[in-house]
Design a protein around this ligand. Structure first.
Ligand code: CUV
Ligand code: SF4
Length: 629
């Protein structure tokens, strides 16, 4: 098979050829080498939870040594994926809460968004009158940190949901308690000899995922906005073509804005810019990758180098002086690829030390100084670039990004600088949904998965949806696919959108696909759907909105899928999760949950069929919706 057929991105195809020529192995080589994947693993019915295993379920051995059947084994594995994903997102949020606790008027981390802090303080019953903004910030940070380990009570963010949805959570008993507690409970309950009941394992998975969506991720986004500013629309470009021949190229990859914000500052430092010129470069060019890329493009318009599947390919351009990473979604392979070029692969987090990388530990207390040290490493490395090994592919697309809820609402309202009123100002959006000018809204999110062709499902599905007047909001690597393929260009509405959506886009001057941020920022999508539902006095499950993860791969994505379903939003996956070993698990997740939370999963690995199903389901949902309005 031709490796290049494994991606639809033309730049990636050029780089796959170059890798071959340079003798560098990439994920695409490893994918072809790994011919058959383990069938038990694919179905989720291999158990390695205790030392008597691994136990694999077959018709001849229908139970593990302890007697666990396929339903128990699949359920436990699934629950552990949710726990892993919730842990990753929430630990990211915890770091931001610690950063807010450190914030000070003359320190590296300041309060940028006082209004948002005060709004949150009021929500959390923190006194604001006559107090120093930093005292308020520190108290809010402390309360945020308590959400991780408080001994009693449930997430304090649940009350942002419509009351109907809160009741569903109460009745089904999935209101999450402290975030760490939910994760620990899953690890405990899936230990050998605890929960074997599948319904209970799935119930637990949903409750834990709620600690991600309606606690960890929400804290992550709110605190990031308070510290670094709420995104507003801005212009940028995306794809490997944003790397520059004549500048020091730094790729920022990973997740937490605490590091990347400081790198952005450091890269503008006059001394470092002067040093770059001394080295013979014209300046310093930052380019983002994965969710860190999303964070810095949303807040600064930093251009996007690429997505999860392009991390090796960026280095293969031979033009990258440093890849700077913190946590999550970083291929360990980057160390080896970087070795083939002059690129420095710089890890910074004690939570993600990678063999073969250069480790410079990032500490929030000395943030800017360390960021400058890291950028300096990159700048000094420019002289080592081997021009003969450089090939920067040409393509890049322009995109308008930065659509936080706070930006979308006034834009749709055509009122600039309006303050968000969670019940009032979504009216224009709600009216478009009611009248059917917009048939519905879809959140298309998530990763790239080598089980399919990189970017194909994202781009196919998004194009189909907008053609059918379904407005798309996106985060994560889905957002990067949209940006790379021109779907975030304001001209995209004319080219690809149906008549209704195109009219709305032209009227309010937005692209048909809106970039809402990183994966953690899916909390923004929850806020938006909740605001629409409240405006209509409906449950979130009553309105024609869907969640889609066409190319998901991470445990975080599994947690996200679960909390989106738990929020009453039907969720469509383009990759089958490892659950097919249990017919009952499939039945509960794709059907049974409907009765409990008003939504469920649909899976189809054919993206054309999946798009058609989504469109027809949205139309079905409209019938119900139109009766209610
Ligand atoms: Ni957090 S989780 S590959 S970077 S979206 Fe991209 Fe997004 Fe998946 Fe990772
Ligand atoms: Fe086997 Fe049971 Fe141990 Fe799993 S927990 S490895 S099924 S004995």
């Amino acid at each position: 098979m031709d490796k290049k057929m494994l991606t639809i991105d033309l730049n990636s195809q050029v780089m796959i050829d170059k890798a071959e020529k340079d003798g560098v192995e990439t994920m695409y080589d490893r994918k072809l080498a790994m011919k058959a994947q383990c069938g038990f693993g694919l179905q989720g019915n291999c158990c390695r939870i205790c030392g008597m295993g691994p136990c694999r379920i077959t018709p001849k051995t229908p139970r593990g040594l302890c007697g666990a059947d396929e339903h128990t084994i699949v359920g436990r594995n699934f629950a552990r994926m949710v726990a892993g994903g919730t842990a990753a997102h929430s630990d990211h949020a915890r770091d931001l809460a610690h950063t807010m606790a450190l914030s000070s008027r003359d320190g590296n981390y300041k309060i940028r968004e006082e209004g948002k802090l005060i709004e949150l303080a009021k929500e959390w019953d923190v006194a604001t009158e006559g107090r120093d903004i930093y005292d308020i910030a520190h108290e809010v940070a402390e309360i945020g940190l308590m959400e991780f380990g408080k001994p009693y009570g449930v997430s304090r963010l649940l009350k942002n949901a419509p009351k109907q949805r809160q009741q569903v959570w109460k009745d089904y008993e999935i209101e999450p308690r402290a975030i760490d507690r939910e994760i620990a409970t899953i690890m405990h309950s899936t230990h050998i000899g605890c929960t074997s009941d599948l319904d209970s394992l799935i119930h637990m998975s949903l409750r834990t995922s709620m600690a991600d969506g309606w606690a960890g991720s929400m804290i992550g986004t709110r605190f990031s906005d308070i510290l670094f500013g709420t995104p507003i629309p801005r212009q940028t470009e995306a794809n490997l073509g944003v790397l520059e021949q004549t500048k020091v190229n730094i790729v920022l990859h990973g997740h937490e804005p605490t590091l990347s914000e400081m790198i952005v500052l450091a890269s503008e430092d006059p001394e470092l810019v002067a040093l770059a010129k001394e080295m013979g470069a014209e300046g310093i060019n930052l380019a983002g990758m994965c969710c860190t890329g999303n964070e810095v493009t949303m807040r600064h318009g930093v251009r996007i180098a690429g997505d999860f599947h392009q991390q090796e390919l960026a280095i293969i351009t031979g033009a990258v002086e440093a890849v700077i990473v913190d946590v999550q979604c970083i291929f360990p392979a980057l160390a080896k690829v970087a070795d083939c070029y002059h690129t420095k692969f710089i890890t910074t987090s004690p939570k993600a030390k990678i063999t073969g990388s250069t480790y410079i530990e990032f500490k929030e207390e000395e943030a800017l100084a360390i960021a400058k040290e890291i950028v300096k490493e990159a700048v000094l490395n420019f002289k080592n670039r081997d021009q003969e090994k450089v090939l920067i592919p040409e393509l890049k697309s322009s995109a308008t990004v930065g659509y936080s809820v706070d930006a979308i609402i006034p834009q749709l309202d055509r009122v600039v600088n309006s303050h968000i009123d969670p019940t009032g100002t979504v009216k224009p959006l709600v009216d478009c949904l009611k009248s059917g000018v917009l048939r519905g809204a879809a959140g298309v999110v998530g990763c790239n998965n080598a089980k399919g062709v990189s970017n194909e499902a994202h781009v196919t599905i998004m194009k189909e949806l907008i053609k059918n007047d379904i407005i798309v909001v996106t985060t994560g690597c889905g957002a990067q696919a949209a940006a790379k393929f021109g779907l975030m260009d304001k001209d995209a509405a004319k080219k690809y959108a149906g008549k209704g959506l195109a009219t709305v886009c032209e009227l309010v001057d937005i692209p048909p696909v809106l970039h809402m941020g990183s994966c953690v920022d899916i909390s923004r999508i929850l806020d938006l759907v909740a605001a629409c539902a409240k405006n209509l006095d409906m449950d979130m499950s009553d309105i024609p909105v869907v969640g889609i993860a066409p190319e998901w791969m991470s445990e975080k994505a599994v947690a996200i899928g679960c909390y989106v379903v738990a929020s009453g939003i039907d969720t469509y996956l383009g990759i089958m999760p490892p659950i097919t070993g249990s017919s009952r698990a499939v039945e509960i997740l794709t059907e049974g949950l409907k009765d409990k939370v008003g939504a469920s999963f649909t899976v189809n690995e054919n993206c054309h069929e999946l798009a058609a199903t989504i469109i027809s389901d949205i139309e079905k949902k409209r019938v119900h919706f139109e009766k209610l309005v």
